[in-house]
Structures are given as C-alpha cells and as structure tokens.
Design a protein around this ligand. Structure first.
Ligand code: SF4
Ligand SMILES: [Zn+2]
Ligand SMILES: [Zn+2]
Length: 343
C-alpha cells in the first residue's frame, strides 16, 4: 500500500492507510499524522500515570517550564488535554528570559501565544531580575573568565543551564508548585545519560528526572512525561497540532558538549535502532538498583550532605551553590572589563 501519484513512494499508515509522516525504525510502525499524535498522547498519558503522583483530596499545582520551542509546547498542550479538566489540578506555565537578542523575544511571544490559546496562566522571570547577567553579556565575558579562572567553563550553555535551573525553581516557588514538568524528549534524555556515563557521573544519573517520589534538595519533584518520545516525532506532533513554536536555534548553542553527544546518539540510533531507549532504560535500571538497596536498609552516599547556600538558600553540597559561584565570577569579570574599557 503506497501512494505513488506524484511519482514518490509515500508509505501508508499501518492503521488507516493514509500517507504516513513517520516510519519508526525502533518499533517497525508506520504512522500518519493523526495516528502518530494518538500514539504520542497514549504514551504520555501512560507516563503521567507512572510519574505524576497527585495529592488526594487536595489541590495540585503543576508548573510547566516552557521555552517557546516544540518540546515544551507539545508537553503543555498534552498536559492540558490529558489532565487539564481535573478540578484538583491547576496548570501554570512559565519561561525564563535568558537575555539573548534575536532568539528570546520571538520565542517568548510563542510561549505567550500558546498559553493564551490553551487558557493557561503564564509567568516569566529574566536573568536580570534574578541577579544574573544576560547571556549575551556572559558569552562576551567567557574568554576573560577562562583566562583568569582555569576551571571556568568555556561554553555559554554551562552558565545558562545553571542560571536557568535557578529561574525555573524561582518560578515554581512563586506559583507554589507541587510538581514541575519539563519537556525533555527521548533524544535529550539519551544524550544526558551518555554524557553522565562518559563522565563516570553516577550521582547525576541517580538524580535524573523523573523524581516522582523523591523530591530532590527540597524542590518539588520534576517530571518528564515526553521522555520516551523521539525529538523528530514531537516536532511532527507540534506541526500536526499547529502549535505556535519558535524554530530558530539559540545563537550560543553551537560548540556545546551536548552537540557532540547529540551527533553520537543520532549515529548510534541510525546504526542500531532502539539505542536511545536502551540508554534510558540503563539509567532507569541503575535508579531501580539504588531503590532496592535503600529498601534493604542501605544508605545513599553523597560526597557531601546538602546544605543551604548562604547567599540564595538553594541546596548545595559545597559552601556556595554553583549559580552563585558563576554569578560572582561573571560579576568580577564584568567589573574588570568595564574598568578596562574606561581606561
Ligand atoms: S542553547 Fe545554551 S545559551 Fe542558548 S538558551 Fe540553551 S542553554 Fe542557554
Ligand atoms: Zn493513520
Ligand atoms: Zn546560591
């Protein structure tokens, strides 16, 4: 069954026979837009049943971190569709404004448009409001910082990731969230698992979301309902549902370590379909093993027990949290830079 009217062999959906939009090498399924959307909704609903524990007899606020991009747009739309009607659930979405010219303003607008369309309350906070410098400034200061501080990260995303986490936590606190939902897809998750494994970082593998029953460091548990859905399929879903999404890429993204892992995971998946699922299952198995040991009365060993950062009171294993350490380093460099320009 194939549509060859235009001379191209378009495979047919294995459910309804209409022209397909995807051939899932990892599952053998061929689906049209409608049936792909249906299967994604089903997988996400199943994942929500596993990851989302709602407090019985109480109200539950779910904070959804959205960026204006396809993943978080699909996540918000699916959450509203699947649990939005529940009287005991309020969904609030929010975006952190990193201060990236040409990228953040249009994507912020997409996030606002999406919330308006779905009837969801929208909140936002900027790096400036949080006391961090804007990313466009940070990226200019990186050469000076790496020169003076040998351990300073050389890629903008290393700073941005830490600052954004603070921003998301800030918004979640502001709306009194019980749960935070993030739009990580299967490719993101597989890349993170591979990155952690290449670093020998067991600690981070154990702390990987979802945190369903284990809030980490005093923050509401993070859930990742799209974690089994490949990036390409989420993109097709967002297009199929005509969601307002921003397609441009952040100008600081290139060169980040994640890009190498992105390529590696994509190559491995093309060679051996199912590799991404395997990486994620590996992390799940490690977490499962930890839970079994804890059930048997074992103790979780962390390098240092977490304590409050004296400056921002977020939890940290060191004397100062990573965000405050990076913020101070950026501020120092900015002072040096400004006095250099003034002389
Ligand atoms: S690509 Fe990097 S710098 Fe750009 S928004 Fe994402 S984390 Fe921040
Ligand atoms: Zn179909
Ligand atoms: Zn701090």
């Amino acid at each position: 069954m194939a549509d060859s009217k235009v001379g191209l062999e378009i495979p047919s959906c294995d459910v309804c026979g209409k022209p397909a939009v995807i051939e899932q090498a990892y599952s053998g399924r061929i689906l049209c837009g409608h049936h792909l959307a249906k299967s994604i909704r089903k997988k996400v609903a199943k994942e929500l049943r596993k990851q989302l524990v709602l407090k019985k007899g109480q109200h539950n606020t779910i904070f959804v971190a959205i960026s204006g991009g396809k993943d978080s747009a699909a996540l918000l739309e699916l959450l509203v569709d699947i649990i939005g009607v529940r009287p005991d659930v309020t969904i609030i979405a929010g975006t952190v404004d990193e201060g990236i010219e040409g990228y953040r303003p249009p994507s912020l607008q997409c996030a606002i448009d999406l919330c308006e369309r779905l009837g969801v309350e929208f909140v936002t906070v900027s790096y400036k409001e949080l006391g961090f410098e804007e990313m466009d400034t940070v990226s200019k200061l990186i050469p000076g910082m790496t020169e003076k501080n040998p351990g300073a990260p050389s890629m903008p995303c290393s700073y941005c990731g830490v600052f954004r986490r603070q921003g998301i936590n800030h918004l979640a606190k502001k709306v009194n969230a019980d749960v935070m939902a993030l739009g990580h897809n299967l490719d993101d998750m597989a890349q993170t698992v591979l990155m952690n494994m290449s670093n020998g970082d067991l600690e981070r593998t154990l702390r990987l979301a979802p945190h369903t029953n284990t809030p980490i460091d005093g923050m509401p548990p993070r859930i990742v309902p799209l974690r089994w859905i490949p990036e390409q399929e989420i993109h097709l879903y967002a297009v199929h549902k005509n969601l307002p999404i921003h397609h441009e890429e952040c100008p600081h993204a290139r060169g980040a370590l994640r890009w190498r892992h992105r390529e590696m995971v994509a190559t491995m998946e093309a060679d051996v379909p199912g590799t991404r699922h395997g990486l994620l299952r590996m992390a799940d198995n490690v977490k499962e093993l930890r839970d079994q040991i804890l059930e048997l009365g074992g103790q979780e060993s962390r390098p240092n027990p977490p304590k409050e950062c004296p400056e921002c009171s977020s939890m940290t294993s060191n004397n100062q949290c990573k965000a405050c350490e990076m913020r101070d380093m950026v501020k120092n460099e900015l002072t040096n830079y400004s006095s250099f320009l003034a002389n």
